[in-house]
Write a protein that binds this ligand. Structure first.
Ligand code: ADP
Ligand code: MG
Length: 534
């Protein structure tokens, strides 16, 4: 069956009440996924939708659900399953807006809310139920939720639900919906085997709707990265926050602990941020989200899992304090800003070792992320010093130094007071293993001085040469491919029997080194390192 795309909301497929609601919501024209999915869904076809966050998937399934619901019939006609409570609420709110004038009623059902209240609500007769798998199943088993009249089932963020181990619950729910005339719509950012299997078992001749990889990144998002060292990362972040005009920003960390540490470090510097991660109680999460939504906190610090799928309007900046391990997460993260029709900025901090991950992300989104220079390092260390001084002053003024004074007293009999104080400070900042850590730092900020290269260039040594039948064009293509720098900026190349020297511009040196580290050429693991000057 050929189904026309939906060119505009007004082209005769949608009823007046829905059009009125959409116009009040400020939806002027359908997003690409809506253009494709809405007509298919109106036909009752099964759909597999794949598109990044922020592309308007909710309305893509919500509009057809509202169109097809019968508000006079007091039974659940559509069931939407989402991985988290926040998403359930958000999806229910959005679709309730779409259904406002058709008087279709939506009920969100999720864990953490008193079950009695939900049981009473379910008796009221809602046409659409949106919920998390566990709680939905609970109601099903109690007999308080009946799915015999359900025509449409939506699995939103299906891959996420699978990751969270909800597969059995989802199957139990699907089995309760009469297969005759059942429409299943499945939305998922990725298509792991588990999802395919689910589709094979419960869907009939599903149509695929996707936003292709080329369109993966929302063009209104400005993407930049800063190279910084671990040791000054927090201060670098603060400088960036100060410089950028951040209305509301989400800062991503890799781990829950990272989130907590960063919140602490920012607070110590006078920045206020809310934390969002899986260890918080539902109440705490709600409070954090509310403060952020109301604009009371301007920074939200989150892990990927905690932030996934949340539609928070007006996010101006996404800051990747830790670069995501998985390139797909990058797309999810930056999808939090620049939502349909709005501008956004995505900023990523990377250490010199992380160019490889950056490169993988650039490959996925088919876009080069622009490098920006950090506000001067001198500025940052000055700021760091200022912070330290303030913290020390607070301690001195608190006047509760007790035992520590005695220790200092003894040391002062033998040592200079400035040295003692400086050592204490160093100990406080760098810890017991100060010396070892210093070595780490030196390795981390790789130094490229003195490789004997031309001005503005760094010379690399590679243990591959004429014996392996290497030609200059091989070297150029290899470096350009692996590190993503343009081939024409690579400088002098000297190939000897067993090794090769190649020069690249200094600003790309860390990138090349990191991307080529342990790379393979002609089936051989090749080592690359800064050359030693003669
Ligand atoms: P997804 O589920 O794909 O991540 P959402 O459905 O949460 O995306 O939509 C993201 C945002 O875009 C929401 O704030 C939504 O209200 C808005 N939106 C969706 N469709 C349109 C549209 N056609 N025009 C304007 N805004 C839209
Ligand atoms: Mg969504």
């Amino acid at each position: 069956m050929m189904v026309e795309r939906l060119q505009t909301f007004g082209d005769n497929q949608l009823c007046k009440q829905v059009l009125q609601a959409l116009s009040e919501m400020g939806f002027e024209e359908p997003s690409p996924i809506q253009e494709e999915a809405i007509p298919l869904a109106l036909e009752g076809l099964d759909i597999i939708g794949q598109a990044q966050t922020g592309t308007g998937k909710t309305a893509a399934f919500g509009i057809p659900i509202i169109e097809k619901a019968n508000p006079k019939f007091q039974a659940v006609q559509a069931l939407i399953v989402t991985p988290t409570r926040e998403l359930a609420i958000q999806v229910a709110e959005e679709i309730a807006k779409i259904g406002k004038y058709r008087h279709v009623k939506l009920l969100p059902i999720y864990g953490g809310q008193p079950i009695d209240r939900q049981i009473r609500a379910l008796r009221m007769g809602y046409q659409v139920v949106v919920g998390t798998p566990g709680r939905l199943l609970d109601h099903l088993n109690r007999g308080t939720l009946r799915l015999q009249r359900v025509k449409t089932v939506v699995l939103d963020e299906a891959d996420e639900m699978l990751d969270m181990g909800f597969i059995d619950d989802i199957e139990s729910l699907l089995k309760e919906v009469p297969a005759e005339g059942r429409q299943v719509m499945l939305f998922s950012a990725t298509m792991p085997p588990g999802i395919r299997k689910l589709a094979q078992t419960y869907m009939t001749n599903p149509r695929s709707v996707s936003v292709s990889r080329d369109e993966l990144t929302v063009p209104q998002i400005e993407q930049v990265f800063y190279e910084t060292r671990e040791s000054i990362k927090v201060d670098a972040l603060c400088r960036i926050i100060d410089l950028e005009d951040i209305g509301q920003g989400i800062i991503f960390c890799r781990t829950k602990r990272g989130v907590d540490e960063l919140v602490g470090a920012l607070e110590a510097r006078g920045y206020f941020a809310g934390a969002l991660h899986g260890d918080l109680s539902q109440q705490q999460r709600d409070r954090v989200m509310k403060r952020f939504r109301d604009g009371k906190t301007e920074l939200l610090i989150a892990t990927d899992v905690a932030a996934r799928g949340l539609d928070i309007n007006n996010v101006t900046h996404v800051l990747n304090f830790d670069i995501p391990q998985d390139p797909v997460s990058y797309v999810h993260r930056i999808g939090r800003t620049g939502r349909v029709g709005r501008k956004g900025v995505a900023i990523t901090l990377i250490s010199p070792k992380e160019y490889r991950q950056l490169r993988l992300i650039e490959n996925l989104i088919k876009t080069r992320i622009r490098r920006q220079e950090l506000p001067s390092l001198a500025d940052i260390s000055e700021r760091q010093a200022e912070n330290l001084k303030n913290q020390l002053l607070k301690l001195i003024q608190s006047n509760r130094l007790g035992n520590y004074r005695a220790i200092v007293g003894e040391l002062l009999e033998e040592y200079d007071s400035t040295d003692v104080a400086a050592a204490a400070l160093k100990f406080a900042v760098e810890g017991v293993n100060a010396e070892e850590r210093l070595e780490d730092k030196e390795q981390e900020g790789i130094h490229f001085q003195n490789t004997g290269a031309a001005e503005g260039m760094v010379r690399f040594f590679m243990n591959i040469g004429r014996v392996q039948q290497i030609r200059p064009q091989d070297i150029i293509r290899w470096i350009a491919d692996e590190s993503g720098i343009p081939g024409n900026i690579i400088g002098m190349i000297n190939i000897y029997d067993k090794f090769t020297f190649v020069e690249v511009p200094t600003e790309y040196a860390s990138r090349v080194l990191s991307c080529m580290h342990k790379a393979m050429i002609k089936g051989r693991r090749v080592n690359i390192e800064p050359a030693k000057a003669r």
